[in-house]
Write a protein that binds this ligand. Structure first.
Ligand code: ATP
Length: 359
């Protein structure tokens, strides 16, 4: 960064990734004007279509641009019909996570005034929680390493002390920050320590790290019970931390609590780099029709501003994040736009326009 300019590596990707990215960049520019900051947003190729065309999903030049940038904005990648030799989809986002050591997958969800809440219980209007997913090991350690025999395949979960400690510390810090802003400051550890040695180890590391945060209330939950409770009473949770695969599944579940994938932003955060992307995929079923909900991507850009604000000690960026969130809330509260997942008729451009008007 120099003189109020930040470099953002932009990876639009496949399907609706490119559509929601274009939308978020418009909003980011408008927010930048408001706070007196500008963003160099160079786009770089990557994704399943690129793989189909060239045999390469994540060119080294794109990864280098991600390393060099102040932050990364990522749309969505992967197409069901484009697969590698082992039958799995092309998902360069996992390669970036591992290459840049983006160990904390941060997935906040909250209900938005003005939009319907899927759960009937009135307390569901108060859902405001963050799932922190370990991003670099766990069951995903097995990716590309599966032991394949004629009639059996083995994928191994790997949990390390260092890998667990750093993500648990991250979640404890996050709970502390939220407590400072009036949230409960409670961290729920989600594991399967009753069955797996790896998970019992994860829990022991959690307990050890939590001792350094006596101000943060902690509790433990098994992942199966957590799936139940996240539907029965999600409003009682504040911050959750869990293993990679469990986090993958639970993050889709919590997105559904607030209306769907189009409302769920995320950040993949490491010590030196961070990438921000909507929790959803490329949604080939609705791509190219201008009807994707860009809110998750727009809120991911706001998360990026918050991360940059701390990293560069630049509070104007945090102001930009609040302004984007307020504009999104205003757009929905006013009733002028309603995304299609909520039974409305607003397309991508309608939502962008409503948000920018309020910025
Ligand atoms: P991935 O595994 O890559 O995360 P996925 O298989 O979970 O992807 P998505 O691409 O996220 O699937 O789509 C799941 C469903 O949600 C689809 O029906 C899709 O149309 C819908 N969906 C996802 N994102 C959006 C969005 N931004 N706006 C509207 N609908 C969406």
């Amino acid at each position: 960064m120099s003189s109020n300019r930040y470099s953002i590596a932009v990876l639009p990707g496949d399907g609706i990734g490119a559509e929601v990215m274009a939308a978020a960049l418009e909003v980011l520019r408008a927010a930048g004007t408001r706070i007196g900051r500008s963003f160099d947003t160079a786009s770089h190729p990557a994704g399943a279509q690129l793989y189909a065309d060239t045999g390469v999903a994540l060119p080294p030049t794109t990864l280098a641009a991600c390393r060099a940038a102040d932050a990364i904005l990522f749309g969505a990648m992967g197409l069901p019909h484009v697969r590698g030799a082992d039958g799995t989809e092309i998902v360069p986002q996992l390669d970036i996570r591992f290459a840049l050591d983006l160990y904390a997958g941060v997935r906040p969800v909250r209900t938005w005034p003005g939009l319907p809440v899927p759960l009937a219980d009135p307390r569901a209007t108060a859902i405001d929680l963050v799932l922190v997913r370990e991003n670099t090991e766990g069951l995903f350690h097995a990716r590309g390493r599966g032991v394949v025999e004629a009639d059996a395949v083995c994928d191994t979960m790997k949990i390390t002390r260092a890998g667990t400690a750093r993500v648990v510390d991250f979640a404890l810090e996050l709970a502390r920050q939220r407590k400072a802003h009036g949230r409960p400051g409670k961290l729920t550890n989600v594991d399967k320590a009753n069955v797996f040695a790896s998970m019992a180890f994860w829990r022991s590391v959690f307990v050890e790290r939590a001792k350094a945060f006596p101000d943060i209330a902690t509790e433990h939950a098994y992942v199966d019970a957590m799936a139940l409770n996240l539907v029965l009473k999600p409003w009682v949770y504040d911050v959750l931390v869990t293993e990679n695969m469990f986090g993958d599944i639970l993050s889709d579940l919590i997105a559904s609590l607030v209306g769907g994938m189009g409302m769920a932003p995320s950040g993949d955060i490491g010590d030196d780099h961070a990438l921000f992307q909507p929790a959803h995929g490329t949604a080939p079923d609705i791509a190219g029709q201008g009807i994707a909900n860009p809110t998750a991507m727009i809120l991911s850009a706001a998360m990026m501003l918050d991360w940059l604000a701390v990293r560069h000690d630049d509070s104007a960026l945090a102001d930009g994040a609040r302004a984007i969130e307020a504009a999104v809330q205003g757009a929905f509260e006013s009733g002028v736009v309603r995304p299609r997942e909520f039974g409305g008729a607003s397309g991508t451009a309608d939502i962008v326009r409503a948000v920018i008007e309020r910025l």
